[in-house]
Design a protein around this ligand. Structure first.
Ligand SMILES: Cc1cc2nc3c(=O)[nH]c(=O)nc-3n(C[C@H](O)[C@H](O)[C@H](O)COP(=O)(O)OP(=O)(O)OC[C@H]3O[C@@H](n4cnc5c(N)ncnc54)[C@H](O)[C@@H]3O)c2cc1C
Length: 429
């Protein structure tokens, strides 16, 4: 049906069908809004589908992310995949299958192979307001008009097109007085990692992954955890399928396609030795479609989350998602041992509200925060909770014909609590 139209109208538009965009679309649809979800890839999933980040780490696993995890486990058990106490590694197709199903059940209209290339703006009030987007498809261009848009692109792509200010690279200590910040600004973002899966093709003893050059970066064993933590047990358990953090590489600028292509070439070379070893020992090596890019733009919002916020141990009154994952800055080896730990923290609604545009909310890793803070809340369970909150907020704004900054966070919190989203700390998380 949709393919016949080159114009669409919706109440809520979510751009990016990844870790935050999928919960955002489901939450908005469940809150009663008509929702369109756009994805530039030919399939939904985001990082689990295109970078094979198929391990839910950190927490809390709550709300829609918890539903997803429950369905993933059930699906895997049905198909006799081993899932143990560390069974948070699932195959990319399992994520895609469950997410497609959940989106369909919620009544979300999904468009894949649809890249947002421009925005429609109006200047009714104090700020420019996003009214819609232009989409490049493999057929004819499509225009979508909407009351509210959620940017869940992981890069802030839509917000930047709408004229919002973005942050990129590392802030200095002077900028936000963060304990772990560098003395001066740096354009370097977190390292990239190309994920892959190896699979033993025939029954037999497990290959000793400790012989791999990059094993310490992470080889995940279902039913156990990390291979290098207990190599003997891993070999004994041998699930015959492993998730590998391929290698780590620097990328000069993750926003520049040339620099990303260069990083990919470097990564392929670095992994050559490990891949040859695995193949010689009877394993197939499946490389993720994209190199894993951890960090890109972050959009300036009404509040910029800092390391001090995460360390404070105090939840902001407008908390719309919780985080229990510590600082994890890939590429910084100079931080004192133990400094990555932070107490549970709250993500304030203000960090989802871009400073420079109306009609728009942010979700996922590109919300408003510093390089250091983002290294913690970027993981999928937290990105997903942020997405769910953005979806609820977008639906409320659309129904009430309000702008995000006019919406009372208490109303968002009320809906989220009713949807099993944990927003306080006394839950034994
Ligand atoms: C190598 C690596 C390892 C990681 N390890 C873990 C881990 O073990 N556990 C964990 O929980 N997290 C991990 N993470 C972090 C996590 O995967 C991401 O931070 C998280 O997926 C971010 O969610 P997001 O919704 O912001 O972006 P994404 O999940 O990347 O989704 C963004 C989506 O938007 C789409 N998009 C972008 N631009 C457009 C456009 N213009 N039009 C239409 N669609 C667009 C993209 O194609 C993509 O599908 C890892 C990340 C990397 C790179």
């Amino acid at each position: 049906m949709i393919k016949k139209h080159d114009h669409l109208n919706t109440e809520v538009l979510v751009v990016g069908a990844g870790a935050s965009g999928i919960p955002a679309a489901i939450a908005a649809a469940r809150a009663g809004a008509k929702v369109v979800l756009l994805e530039e890839d030919p399939y939904v999933g985001g990082a689990p589908a295109d970078m094979w980040v198929t391990h839910l780490c950190g927490g809390p696993l709550t709300g829609i992310v918890h539903e997803l995890e429950t369905r993933l486990k059930k699906n895997c058990l049905k198909r006799r995949h081993r899932i143990g106490p560390h069974g948070r590694f699932f195959l990319p197709e399992a994520f895609m299958r469950e997410e497609v199903q959940m989106l369909a059940e919620a009544g979300v209209i999904v468009l894949t192979g649809a890249r947002v290339v421009d925005v429609l703006m109006s200047q009714a009030g104090y700020r420019p307001r996003l009214k819609g987007v232009c989409v490049a498809t493999h057929r004819k261009p499509l225009t979508i008009r909407t009351q509210m848009t959620v940017d869940a692109t992981g890069t802030g792509a839509v917000a930047i097109m709408a004229g919002c200010r973005a942050m990129y690279g590392q802030e200095s200590k002077r900028d936000f007085r963060e304990t772990s910040a560098l003395p001066t600004r740096s354009p370097t973002v977190q390292d990239c990692t190309w994920m892959y899966i190896s699979q033993q093709l025939r029954e037999g003893p497990c290959f000793d992954m400790m012989k791999l050059e990059w094993v310490k970066l992470g080889v995940l064993v279902n039913g156990l955890g990390w291979f290098h933590n207990d190599p003997e047990k891993a070999r004994e358990l041998n699930p015959r399928i492993f998730l590998h953090w391929g290698c780590r590489v620097k990328c000069d600028d993750t926003r520049d396609p040339l620099a990303v292509a260069r990083a990919q070439m470097t990564a392929l070379k670095l992994m050559e030795h490990d891949h040859a070893l695995l193949r010689e020992n009877g394993y197939a090596v499946y490389l993720a479609p994209h190199i894993g890019v951890r960090e890109s733009n972050r959009i300036v919002g009404e509040h910029i989350i800092t390391e001090s916020d995460l360390r404070s141990g105090v939840l902001p009154p407008d908390t719309i998602a919780l985080g229990t994952y510590g600082l994890d800055i890939w590429g910084r080896n100079d931080l004192p041992a133990g400094s990555s730990h932070v107490p549970a923290y709250g993500i304030p609604y203000r960090a989802l509200v871009p400073k420079d545009a109306d009609g728009l909310l942010l979700a996922g890793k590109a919300i408003s925060g510093t390089h250091i803070a983002m290294s913690a809340y970027r993981v999928m369970p937290i990105a997903g909770s942020i997405g769910q909150a953005a979806g609820v907020a977008a639906a409320l704004c659309a129904k009430r014909k309000q702008q995000p900054r006019q919406t009372d966070p208490k109303d968002i919190q009320q809906v989220l609590r009713r949807k099993d989203q944990h927003l306080q700390l006394n839950l034994g998380l």
